[in-house]
Design a protein around this ligand. Structure first.
Ligand code: PMP
Length: 418
């Protein structure tokens, strides 16, 4: 099968050269890195942008009059503008830097359940709807908030194949529904729910809507301006950017409702020995010295994605996933999850009588990196009755030859293990 990415096969090679980690050998075989849903490799232009900051402009932001501090502040704020552009933010939106998706979701869950200038958005007896597809990062904070506030957690359950249905949401909504927390792509299965419609229905019912775009951001980036989305979150390390970086973007009015999780420097307007008044967004939610190089790297990653071209990336990832899903489903005793779901870059599978860790270990011996286990989504794995699975996930630098190696590697592992 030819690579769908670019008509000129040399171009894919040139692109792979932007990710030097891919050129190494693992246990004597060329690395086939198929664990991109966990973390992608970081592109050279991203590394270059971060290094340039550290070498030339490193200084603390926002409070210095000297040149380096001004350069650092400008670079940090330019990164914010670039990422706003990347997610389609309009005039009513704002974007806050975080240390990742988990951090951003905790900021939202904490911020909506803690009284501050305004009463908390979530009160005892209010209802929070989460989907059954969520990563633990978009479930556990809501469970804890429900425990702490006396709010009620309701679950939008997927069907037996792991799909969410728009018609199942309405019966869960009522006058007490205050939050819908939903993924744009399930990391365990690759399922992409109809989040556009689900968010709209919840917003119409008066809820604030939270979209976990951690998996969607490198493939099928959600467009904030086209969505009834109050809070959208994602991480830099799943979009060719740095680890420990992330974004909380959303409607300014909704972000203003959040009581800060972190109090300290940079987020205050005026402080006396006994009282404080807080500054405006976005600084109000960014207490302390931020990861400036990380923000710059994340923006460089967004620019890199757009330079390569979203449509081309999406077509390439869809084709790789289809190739892998069809090939794996043809193997004896293999069940592929969400075979014909809306295209994602993830294919997750279970094999009769074989533990995924054994498959993953045998694949590693052939230089093929996949992830095995519950993928931080235990409720979904239990719902599907499959237990732990093996997950291959693709990035723009993967090739159909690597998919062929995966298929041969799994076939070999099954022969050895079954
Ligand atoms: N949500 C989803 C859908 C994810 O895939 C992940 C990462 N596996 C997270 C949240 C958490 O992201 P992070 O670890 O970068 O905070």
């Amino acid at each position: 099968m030819g690579d769908t990415f670019l008509t000129d096969p040399g171009s894919l090679e040139a692109l792979r050269a932007q990710f030097p980690a891919l050129a190494q050998r693992i246990h004597g075989a060329p690395l086939a890195y198929l664990d991109n849903a966990a973390t992608t490799q970081m592109a050279l232009p991203v590394q270059g942008a971060m290094r340039a900051f550290e070498q030339n402009d490193r200084s603390n932001i926002h409070r210095g009059v000297h040149t380096l501090s001004q350069r650092a502040t400008d670079a940090f704020e330019r990164a914010r503008i670039e990422l706003k552009r990347f997610v389609g933010a309009g005039p009513k939106h704002e974007l806050v830097f975080t240390s990742g998706t988990t951090d951003a979701l905790n900021m939202v869950a904490h911020g909506l359940s803690t009284p501050g200038i305004q009463p908390a958005w979530l009160q005892a007896g209010d209802e929070i709807v989460v989907s059954g597809l969520e990563h633990h990062a978009n479930l556990v904070p809501w469970q804890q908030v429900a425990r702490r506030t006396g709010a009620v957690l309701r679950v939008l359950r997927p069907d037996a194949e792991g799909r969410l249905h728009v018609d199942d949401l309405k019966p869960l909504l009522n006058a007490r529904t205050r939050v819908l927390a939903l993924t744009a792509c399930a990391n365990a299965t690759g399922e992409r729910p109809p989040y556009e419609a689900l968010l709209e229905i919840a917003a119409d019912a008066g809820a604030l809507t939270v979209l976990d775009a951690a998996q969607a951001v490198a493939h099928g980036v959600p467009d904030l301006s086209a969505l009834a989305c109050d809070f959208m979150v994602f991480s830099g390390h799943k979009m060719y950017g740095p680890m420990g970086t992330g974004v909380l973007a959303g409607c300014r009015a909704a972000l203003e409702r959040l009581e800060p999780l972190r109090y300290g420097g940079d987020m205050v307007a005026w402080v006396s020995a006994t009282e404080t008044s807080f500054t405006e967004l976005p600084a109000r939610l960014e207490g302390g010295t931020p990861n400036v190089a990380g923000a710059i790297g994340m923006a460089a990653a967004a620019a890199f994605i757009d330079q390569v071209g979203r449509a081309r990336i999406d077509a390439h990832l869809g084709a790789l996933r289809e190739h892998a899903a069809v090939g794996l489903a043809a193997l004896p005793g293999v069940t592929v999850l969400s075979l014909d779901s809306r295209a994602s870059a993830i294919v997750s599978f279970a094999a009769d009588g074989v533990h995924p860790h054994d498959i993953g270990t045998l694949l590693d011996q052939q230089g093929i990196a996949v992830r095995t286990g519950h993928h931080c989504a235990q409720p979904l794995q239990e719902h599907l009755g499959l237990g732990p699975t093996t997950r291959a996930s693709f990035a723009l630098y993967n090739t159909h030859a690597e998919v062929e190696r995966l298929l041969a590697g799994v076939a070999h592992a099954l022969k050895v293990l079954q």
